[in-house]
Design a binder for this molecule. Structure first.
Ligand code: SF4
Length: 240
């Protein structure tokens, strides 16, 4: 089963990269690594892929330390050092800002926005051509429901998004991979995801949607695939 999860990730990641032309020869990809299971999996498999394919690209991992404590970034850094990855750590107090009384919105929205801005700035400084995020199939579906229920819009993450007139591209190589497959893979690899110490972790809107969807998936195994397919089968004529 664990070997199967490794093969699944390799296959689906490769399929997404080629279907949406995510990585080209000579790219310098900045990989956003929170220290969670998804980003560790992404970083590892993007490097593993270089050994098997005829195009060459370079990777730099970036971790934005949210500043909830003074040890979580060291654990992420150890993962980079022990496994010989090029990396950058950006220190911030974004956790405090997102949870301050001045912040009138959901902590996760502000936290993600500030983190993304720091990553964009670093990417520009380093001359990176792409930024890779570890969002997977479940994230894509959950974001759709978060946006409908709490953002009053029909939208979700795209596999590739362009910014600054195409000078920067965000890519999501795990777009087609199920979270469950990543969980099995990480357990097989023996990795311990890093706990950032965020007080909001586990009580987010995303968790609420995740729990709702899990109960539906348990009743009918086809539902997840149907939702993912529906996101690529939008019938605009039947929308007001
Ligand atoms: S759970 Fe915490 S660290 Fe994660 S996005 Fe929300 S506020 Fe930021």
């Amino acid at each position: 089963m664990s070997r199967y999860s490794a093969l699944q990730i390799r296959k689906l990641m490769g399929r997404a990269i080629s279907r949406w032309t995510m990585i080209e020869d000579g790219d310098h990809v900045l990989v956003a690594v929170s220290g969670g299971k998804d980003s560790m999996t992404l970083l590892w498999n993007l490097r593993e892929r270089i050994t098997r394919i005829p195009i060459n690209y370079t990777l730099t991992a970036i971790h934005v330390n949210p500043g909830f404590n003074n040890h979580s970034y060291r654990e992420v850094e150890s993962f980079f050092i022990e496994n010989n990855f090029n990396y950058r750590i950006i220190h911030s107090n974004l956790g405090e800002i997102a949870h301050s009384e001045e912040n009138r919105e959901n902590p996760c929205f502000l936290c993600s926005r500030i983190r993304r801005k720091l990553i964009f700035q670093t990417s520009a400084e380093m001359g990176c051509t792409k930024i890779a995020f570890a969002h997977h199939k479940d994230d894509v579906i959950e974001t759709f429901f978060i946006n409908v229920l709490y953002g009053a819009s029909i939208s979700t993450m795209k596999p590739v998004q362009e910014f600054f007139n195409g000078r920067l591209r965000i890519i999501r190589p795990l777009y087609m991979v199920d979270e469950e497959t990543i969980k099995r893979y990480v357990s097989h690899m023996g990795w311990k995801p890093v706990d950032l110490g965020c007080p909001t972790s586990g009580i987010t809107k995303r968790q609420e949607i995740k729990d709702m969807l899990s109960s539906i998936y348990r009743k009918n195994k086809k539902v997840k695939g149907n939702i993912f397919h529906a996101l690529q089968n939008v019938r605009k004529d039947y929308l007001p």
